[in-house]
Write a protein that binds this ligand. Structure first.
Ligand code: C5P
Length: 334
């Protein structure tokens, strides 16, 4: 071996030893609470070089880089309701009751009280940390998922969030098979597996009463349409979308466009407030501006409506803007 090669070999060996030693030391430091010196050294380096709000390459919650996002993103609104956080301002209550105007709503506080005797009362997801990287897939129901082959990509996230009918059986290749969270309202309710969290989007007090009934006696069978009387879902994993958060999404993110936000947009907003990295699939109308579904034969008239009470174009523009600003990744499908 020439002298030059020998030197190179020695330098590489030394580098290898240094890297191995550092890794072992780092591992040891994290496991052994008695290694105070290293702990304080790391803490000091955190103060000098502050870490972001999460440990992903980019964190949704980082607001410094974008004034448009910073102006809108407000973490003081909690996406899911807790008993403590269920008090609505008069303004919010009035707006929320107006969405699907009920003639004689039951007493909201009493219904909420009853509800939290059945479902868990936790401050779910108020748990972001600099050492967490929670990845989420939000899966809308657009026909653009057909032949997309996104299934494995969707399933690779920590949270897989679906909504309304969203069948997976027979469509796994394109939409995946995991569902950790499923958003629905009484008129769009479907049965869920034991490990999936049900998130009810309530539009009226009757919807909260329906949830109580659907998980227990099954007495409510009609809202403004016939609804499923009993629902299969794990009671310990049931949550309710917070009406105050709902209004915040409408006022702040949609600036009052449409009558109220679509389930998909509410799901996306849920995700950007509880996840660190958000990947979005299955959003986008067809060429005529109609919402079509991946499980329907859209060419044979499956596309069913313009976008109803929602401003589909405005919602899509906000979604696309979030993608342009690298806050989310938007997968446009086939
Ligand atoms: O039709 P459905 O309301 O069940 O779809 C769920 C959500 O997926 C919608 O609220 C909408 O945000 C999104 N969607 C879409 N484009 C479609 C179909 C659905 O953006 N073609």
């Amino acid at each position: 071996m020439s002298l030059l090669k020998l030197r190179k070999f020695r330098a590489l060996t030394l580098l290898f030893c240094i890297i191995t030693f550092t890794m072992v030391l780092f591992n040891y430091t994290l496991r052994d609470p008695s290694a105070y010196f290293f702990k304080y050294a790391f803490r000091l380096s955190d103060t000098v070089f502050p870490r972001g709000p999460c440990s992903c390459r980019r964190c949704v919650a980082e607001t410094e880089d974008d004034p448009w996002f910073a102006e809108r993103f407000n973490q003081s609104f909690h996406p899911v309701m807790s008993r403590k956080g269920s008090v609505l301002t008069d303004d919010t209550y009035r707006w929320w009751q107006w969405l699907q105007a009920e003639r004689q709503p039951a007493n909201f506080t009493e219904v909420v009280d009853k509800l939290f005797q059945i479902i868990p009362d936790k401050e779910f997801y108020a748990d972001s940390r600099p050492d967490r990287c929670r990845t989420c897939s939000v899966v809308g129901n657009s026909g653009n998922l057909k032949d997309s082959h996104y299934g494995p990509l969707i399933d690779a996230s920590d949270f897989v969030i679906r909504m309304n009918q969203a069948p997976t059986e027979g469509f796994e290749k394109d939409v995946g098979y995991r569902t950790t969270h499923h958003l629905m309202y009484p008129e769009s309710a479907v049965d869920l597996g034991n490990s999936t969290c049900l998130i009810l989007i309530p539009f009226k007090t009757l919807d909260l009463e329906w949830l109580i009934s659907a998980l227990t006696t099954g007495t409510i069978k009609y809202t403004y349409l016939p609804v499923t009387a009993n629902i299969k879902a794990n009671k310990d994993k049931v949550m309710v979308y917070n009406p105050s958060f709902f209004k915040y999404v409408y006022d702040t993110w949609l600036e009052g466009h449409g009558r109220y936000p679509s389930t998909g947009f509410l799901a996306l907003m849920f995700a950007i407030h509880v996840c660190d990295e958000v990947n979005v699939y299955g959003f986008g109308a067809d060429h005529y501006g109609n919402w079509h579904h991946y499980w329907e034969d859209n060419l044979l008239g499956g596309a069913f409506r313009h976008t109803g009470v929602h401003d589909g174009d405005y919602e899509y523009n906000v979604t696309a803007l979030l993608a342009d600003k690298h806050k989310i990744k938007l997968f446009k499908g086939s």
